[in-house]
Design a protein around this ligand. Structure first.
Ligand code: COI
Length: 358
């Protein structure tokens, strides 16, 4: 159990006047959580302080070698004004797994969840009130040693910031166009694809920018060895409903084990769908699309929730899904996930963790 010292701001910022115009990750709350790691001492000095810039030495390890990991979560305000989280322990465990791969000392799951809850409670007035908006929570940890040798740092900072946010895509829950990336890759066996580390995202930006220039929302990554099998999209996992069955890439090292992915799979299986977590060749997917067998495609992610896809473009070959409309399974998943998260339907799965009264 952490002994968190809380120092409240004396100059609170104005809350957003119009919660329909929040965008994603642009505004930040009044406070942040900090904790330091020193070799020999472990994690120490857990504290909540006014939101403020870091002072960093230009030789700080993270600035050169990207020894950094992060998470993405949300806090939701229910109609009866309770503030709650969704499966925070899953994010805490994933951050431990990322930490292990990046040689960052892990923060135990109980401490992680305690820190998130404490910060959300201090900044509870920042949790948006309108439907579809939430408090996006960004925990991250990075190497702080001042040295240019390529080694694990002996010191780290763990920080949590929060951002009142609306939908991740400008399109909201409207179907998006996705470009299948055929040149660049995101992950390969033995690398860091299964972690949430900044480096994975840095390497993905070029392909994302090129796709956006052509009017696509994001890219769909293929496997890094043969560029043959579908893996995931820039900020979400992806699922395909083909001939009644749901297909998604397996989490065997190159794919991010999404909390929304895992939750959607559990719901789909509860509803009687067969979910196949196996390699799906892009050529087979496109063929099935041309034969009219691809009934729905949707992405799953904390930021994106459940996001329908209306078009895939692979080397100029295009398939169009569901006449550009949201499919029934996509809609049911979206309604069930957001229903539980915003407390509109009962949490039959035990996924909701209360934080405080709003
Ligand atoms: C999330 O869904 O929380 C993510 O971290 C994706 C992101 C890079 C915006």
């Amino acid at each position: 159990m952490l002994d968190i010292k809380i120092t409240r701001t004396t100059t609170p910022k104005a809350k957003p006047a119009d919660e329909t115009k929040l965008g994603f990750g642009k505004l930040f709350t009044d406070h942040m959580f900090l904790m330091d790691y020193t070799q020999g001492q472990g994690w120490h000095d857990p504290r909540i302080v006014p939101y403020q810039p870091f002072t960093m030495d230009p030789a700080c390890v993270v600035l050169h070698y990207a020894q950094e990991i992060f998470e993405g979560m949300k806090a939701y305000r229910t109609a009866d004004n309770k503030i709650q989280l969704f499966r925070p322990e899953c994010n805490g465990q994933r951050m431990m797994d990322s930490a292990e791969r990046l040689c960052i000392p892990p923060v135990p799951v109980e401490d992680y969840v305690q820190a998130v809850k404490a910060l959300v409670e201090v900044d509870k007035d920042w949790v948006p009130h309108i439907d579809g908006a939430s408090l996006y929570i960004r925990p991250f940890a990075f190497a702080t040693d001042v040295a240019l040798g390529v080694h694990a740092s002996p010191t780290y900072t763990f920080c949590i910031i929060c951002s009142p946010s609306g939908a991740y895509y400008a399109e909201g829950i409207n179907p998006v166009r996705i470009y299948v990336e055929d040149e660049y890759i995101r992950a390969a066996p033995g690398l860091t694809g299964f972690t949430k580390c900044g480096g994975n995202y840095a390497a993905s930006i070029k392909a994302g920018e090129m796709a956006e220039e052509q009017g696509f929302a994001q890219v769909l990554w293929l496997d890094g060895v043969e560029k043959k099998y579908v893996e995931e999209v820039g900020s979400m996992n992806i699922m395909f409903k083909i001939d009644g069955k749901i297909y998604t890439a397996p989490c065997n090292g190159t794919v991010l084990p999404g909390v929304t992915r895992r939750s959607c799979i559990e719901l789909l299986r509860d509803w009687g769908y067969e979910v196949v977590e196996d390699h799906l060749a892009i050529a087979d997917l496109m063929k099935a699309g041309h034969e009219g067998k691809v009934e729905e495609i949707f992405g799953t992610g904390t930021a994106a929730v459940v996001s329908p896809v209306k078009e895939l473009d692979w080397k100029g070959d295009k398939i169009f899904i569901g006449e550009g409309k949201i499919g029934p399974v996509t809609q049911k998943l979206y309604d069930t996930m957001t229903g539980m998260q915003w407390g509109k339907i009962p949490d039959t799965k035990g996924w909701i963790v209360p934080v405080c009264q709003g």
